[in-house]
Design a protein around this ligand. Structure first.
Ligand code: SF4
Length: 395
């Protein structure tokens, strides 16, 4: 096994099955690009075998764009006017059948136009501008695929300099956090991953490494993102407690059907101790909770596995959110074209009801008269099996 810089961490990497890597210290994005010293291990074959990169002209000229293109030197480059309008990726119904091939072989490079931060209240206080949109993984319930249409492979945004500067200015304007919120008692929390999986994005570019380094030095703020991917490179990022990674977990038998192309649930749990030792705050995202025969017993088994696997220090810093499944008729129709087996678990109109989301979307959730009791039962089970784990919210 190769040992990367900062090699004391490397001894812990057998768990991840790969070598470590991490960024050089410092926040200066331009300097980091120019020095090209950021260790990086290529994505595992099968996750990303990039054959074509759709690239906006300005993204191709940007240092971050050039660094990303250098990671995939054999890929065909296709110039596009806008990352939002690539008909062969986002508008072609025939693409649904090639869902996973598209995610594995296509990458888009563009620039993020709106780099503002916006308030949000769940597991964060603010949503930071995205550094990517789309995902290489294929969870059957994922709304990210709907953002642009069909499989929506990763679009990486190259203007990380503008994104980082925007976050820095916003955090400076906030000053110290005056009172605890649901997200955190003492620091403003910025969500990095609303439109992508940041641990996979870190295989494409140094964007996540740069933001982890940025938050390391912001006195009143921390970053957070949820992930279903175990990326050993993150062990070298040195977050120093200022980035909270939230592993999404669900019982393995369900995940094997719905969490397509993700790291196995057991691997995610097994990675937690090492990440905590490497300076990450690691929390859990229990969800989506998918109701099937025996679901509550399966969740008890998962909570027990977490309790038995984690070290005492890792258990002591745990907190979780619990989110029951939300689905939609639109996604149901698309999924039938590429993954009908998952729809047998997700599409349960006899126990679901319509719901209009905060953004006006027409969704389906479990009927409230059932769901209230299910939420109560699941949280009670969590408290029995993993009493150290506080619950940020459950719905
Ligand atoms: S890992 Fe997250 S962003 Fe990626 S497909 Fe799954 S739910 Fe969507």
């Amino acid at each position: 096994m190769a040992v990367a810089r900062g090699g004391t961490r490397a001894a812990q990497l057998d768990l991840f099955g790969g070598p470590a890597g991490g960024p050089a210290a410092g926040n200066d994005v331009g300097e980091r690009e120019a020095s090209a010293t950021v260790p990086w291990t290529p994505p595992a074959p099968g996750l990303l075998d990039i054959e074509r990169v759709y690239v906006e002209p300005a993204a191709r000229e940007h240092p971050r764009g050039q660094a990303i293109l250098a990671r995939f030197p054999d890929a065909e480059r296709i110039e596009v006017a806008s990352h939002w309008r690539i008909p062969e990726l986002h508008g072609d119904p025939e693409q649904a059948a090639r869902w996973n091939v598209t995610k594995r072989t296509s990458l888009v490079l563009g620039a993020k136009r709106d780099v503002g931060c916006r308030p949000y209240e769940r597991s964060c206080d603010f949503v930071a501008p995205s550094v990517a949109n789309g995902c290489a993984m294929s969870c059957a319930y994922c709304y990210v695929a709907r953002r642009k249409g069909f499989a929506n492979p990763i679009t990486a945004f190259v203007n990380i300099d503008q994104i980082a500067a925007s976050i820095r200015r916003h955090a400076a304007r906030q000053g110290p956090k005056p009172a605890p919120t649901q997200a955190d008692p003492g620091l403003w929390v910025y969500e990095l991953g609303t439109n992508s999986d940041c641990a996979v994005d870190a295989k494409v570019s140094d964007n996540i490494a740069d933001l982890v380094a940025l938050f390391r030095d912001l006195p009143h703020a921390k970053a957070t993102f949820a992930t279903k991917y175990v990326n050993p490179d993150l062990l070298g990022y040195e977050p120093r407690g200022k980035t909270r990674l939230r592993f999404s977990l669900m019982p393995e038998p369900i995940a094997r059907v719905t969490d397509v192309r993700t790291s196995p649930v057991r691997a995610r749990i097994a990675a937690i101790d090492d990440l905590v030792a490497a300076g990450w705050e690691v929390n859990l995202n229990f969800g989506p909770v998918i109701v099937t025969d025996g679901w509550l017993q399966a969740w008890r088994g998962l909570f027990r596995e977490v309790a038995e696997t984690l070290s005492a220090p890792a258990r002591a810093q745990l907190a979780a959110e619990v989110i029951f499944l939300t689905h939609s008729a639109e996604l149901h129709e698309i999924n039938l074209a590429w993954h009908p087996t998952a729809e047998a678990l997700l599409w349960r109109p006899e126990i679901q009801e319509p719901k209009v989301s905060g953004t006006g979307g027409h969704n389906l959730r479990y009927r409230l008269d059932h769901k209230r009791g299910w939420v109560r039962d699941l949280v009670a089970t969590l408290r029995e099996e993993l009493p150290e784990c506080s619950v940020r919210y459950a719905f």
